[in-house]
Design a protein around this ligand. Structure first.
Ligand code: T3D
Length: 267
């Protein structure tokens, strides 16, 4: 197993699976400039690395992430300054969230403990979400007079539906594991102690699958939301030509015909 350490991000690689751990636990993995910048760098590197075929994102300690680092606001606000937050959004979340949704490999969110504010948005950018049974979601933005950002105005209604998205954003009540599962906000809830084992099993399973087709499926699903049915079907036809060129397509068909298990190589 290889480990790369940034200041506030840990990356572990075990064969084709990489685990990215947000590592600012004393502030519940709040997004500092350092954490945001390092996450973008780590995700870009994993996206570009063909040897990596599945990524897990999780948080160190008792939180996935509590959202924006509010401690950075203290000094300027006490001085009476009025902030311009868009600079941080554009340099951080607005790079990170599309990077995750467009990454040509699956990203699994292993959601532990507190998931608040932009932490919810980053969780929504994962392709599959496994939650620990002690997870607690809180949109939080409205509690500090802000609007949902980091992609959540787009992703949250698509994941849970408009009525529930508005309920979560406007009331900002805590959403527990059972409710999150009922809302479709998470795919699965598991005991906190087995969260990483379960996420790893899923990541290893996905990493052994046809990675090119998986990457294309992600892209097509996201792109289709802004298309008509006919447009989406035209894009599918073109993309299927591309998928059919992969070694994994040939392997999948031959394995079926030869009545054996396939050995996908991710190309
Ligand atoms: O520029 C931009 O980025 C703007 C974009 C904003 C997007 C957003 O994400 S807005 C939402 C920001 N997040 C929040 O408002 C959540 C703030 N945190 C909380 O409300 C609570 O901490 C929680 C409900 C999430 C958890 O409560 P609890 O009781 O389990 O933990 P705690 O004691 O409040 O927190 C533990 C420590 O983490 C504590 O530090 P201390 O007192 O031990 O030194 C606390 O201050 C720190 N912490 C928690 N959340 C943040 C944080 N520090 C900085 N930023 C935080 N978001």
């Amino acid at each position: 197993m290889a480990t790369e350490t940034y200041e506030q991000v840990l990356v572990e690689r075990r064969e084709a699976v990489a685990t990215v751990r947000m590592n600012n636990p004393s502030r519940l993995n709040a997004f500092t400039w350092t954490l945001a910048r390092e996450l973008v760098g780590a995700m870009q590197a994993l996206s570009d690395d063909e040897a990596v075929r599945a990524v897990i994102l999780t948080g160190e300690g008792r939180a996935f992430s509590a959202g924006a680092d509010l401690s950075a606001f203290e000094e300027p606000y006490r001085r009476g300054e009025r902030p311009k937050l868009s600079e941080f959004l554009e340099a951080g979340y607005n790079r990170l969230v599309p990077l995750m949704t467009e990454m040509p490999k699956p990203v699994i969110g292993a959601l532990n403990g507190v998931v608040a504010g932009a932490g919810v948005s980053v969780a929504l950018a994962c392709d599959q979400r496994i939650a620990a049974d002690d997870v607690s979601f809180n949109m939080a933005f409205v509690r500090i007079g802000l609007i949902p950002d980091a992609g959540s105005t787009y992703l949250l209604p698509r994941v849970v539906g408009m009525a529930r998205a508005l309920e979560m954003a406007l009331l900002s009540d805590k959403v527990d594991a059972e409710t999150a599962l009922r809302y479709g906000l998470v795919n699965r809830v598991v005991p906190a102690a087995s969260l990483m084992d379960e996420a790893t099993v899923l990541a290893e399973r996905l990493a052994a699958m046809p990675t090119v087709a998986i990457g294309m499926t992600k892209r097509l699903f996201h792109d289709a939301t802004t298309k008509t049915l006919r447009e989406a079907m035209a894009v599918e036809a073109k993309a299927q030509d591309e998928a059919a060129q992969t070694d994994d397509h040939i392997e999948g068909v031959m394995a079926f015909l030869e009545k054996r298990g396939p050995e996908f190589k991710g190309r």
